[in-house]
Ligand binder design. Structure first.
Ligand code: ADE
Length: 372
């Protein structure tokens, strides 16, 4: 690696800034100077691609244009606007943090790293991105794109999943920031990673800093960064119920709210449960009556584990959802409820025109879209 980053500004930062000025994408948050709007965009952009974020960003800012508006939002409405973006704790943390900004800082997003970085959900990346873009503070903003660009340019072969490597990269990125240009520089770095220095086949011929790129000189641009593989998500077989109402409940179906803590907290869903590995194995046997046994088993499980007495179960569609640690393989069953009593206050009958007031995880948006 070149004597850490000495000479880095001349070889890297300046050509990169020049390229950015000519090639920057016209993105909605780049038109804003409002620190709160920039913050919203950065939270959405974590784990989510620019193209996906754009319509969400517009809807969110239209509905919650100010810190006050977001502070006062009902959680269901907030999560509904986030529906499909995933990682819903981002939205809840943002609201918690914004409330704190309202109370502690008179609704002005703090511009110092210690105050802003101590808000709920604000990690080093978000802090650096917002403070540099909104206030031009010389803070690094190192996300996956930036790790890739820097590991290639400086031929850093340490594992980027290690916190020590990230710290070192943050230090390098900090030293590379040209005086007075932090916001543009950080965005230029992200932009290069997003559109030129891409993961699989980087476009080195279109790169403004290819000439001094040590990774390219070593022929390693396509294999960097070094990253230990995350464990594959653990598969979970699940059974879900689409229970249509009858009589007074005609035209309605049963949903429930998830617990206040944990995965997808307080979002709404069809009732579902995990099928143990033994249950799955037993039901995939080739016996003639395997299918009937499977329905009986699912019915018994819902009665025993969730107090839902169901009848007329029939297999419907299957759907999959991959979270970072779990993969849900969901078999949906249609059926009827035998008793009018619901097992708890978290259950609710709704009709399809009420779907737009309840936030559902993506897998249920897809399932309900097919079943309606
Ligand atoms: N990814 C994360 N932050 C971004 C930004 N401000 N512009 C484009 N892509 C981004």
């Amino acid at each position: 690696m070149m004597d850490q980053v000495s000479g880095g500004q001349a070889r890297f930062s300046m050509p990169l800034l020049g390229w950015y000025e000519l090639n920057r994408r016209d993105l909605p948050w780049r038109r804003s100077r409002n620190p709160y709007h920039i913050w919203v965009s950065e939270v959405m952009l974590q784990q989510t691609r620019v193209d996906t974020v754009i319509p969400y960003y517009h809807r969110f800012i239209d509905r919650f244009p100010t810190i006050e508006a977001l502070s006062e939002a009902e959680e269901d409405e907030l999560l509904k606007l986030w529906e499909g973006l995933g990682y819903y704790s981002r939205a809840r943390n943002l609201q918690t943090a914004v409330r704190e900004v309202r109370e502690q800082y008179g609704s002005r997003v703090p511009d110092d790293p210690a105050s802003f970085g101590s808000l709920k959900g604000v990690g080093p990346y978000t802090a650096g991105a917002v403070l540099s873009i909104a206030y031009n503070k010389p803070e690094p903003a190192v996300d996956g794109n930036v790790l890739r660009v820097l590991s290639r340019f400086f031929l850093i072969e340490d594992d980027i999943m290690k916190s020590g490597t990230r710290k070192r990269m943050e230090q390098i990125a900090r030293e590379l920031i040209p005086d007075g240009r932090a916001g543009d520089f950080n965005q230029a770095l992200m932009e290069l990673g997003a559109i030129v220095c891409t993961p699989k086949s980087p476009n080195c011929t279109g790169c403004p800093v290819a000439e001094h790129c040590e990774g390219r000189q070593a022929g390693k641009q396509a294999v960097l960064p070094v990253k230990t593989k995350a464990k594959p998500p653990r598969p979970e077989s699940r059974a879900a119920l689409f229970i249509a109402g009858t009589g007074e409940r005609e035209g309605q179906f049963l949903i429930r709210q998830r617990p206040a803590e944990g995965l997808l907290a307080r979002m709404w869903e069809l009732p579902h449960l995990e099928l143990s590995a033994e249950a799955v194995k037993a039901s995939t046997g080739a016996e003639e009556d395997g299918a009937q046994l499977e329905l009986e088993r699912v019915g018994r499980l819902f009665a025993a584990e969730q107090g839902l007495a169901v009848a007329e179960l029939s297999p419907s569609l299957r759907a999959e959802h991959v979270f970072s640690h779990i993969r849900w393989d969901m078999q949906v069953y249609t059926g009827r409820l035998r008793s009018v009593e619901l097992p708890g206050p978290e259950y609710r009958w709704i009709s399809s025109d009420e779907l737009d007031t309840y936030p559902f995880p993506n897998i249920f948006v897809r399932i309900l879209g097919e079943l309606q």
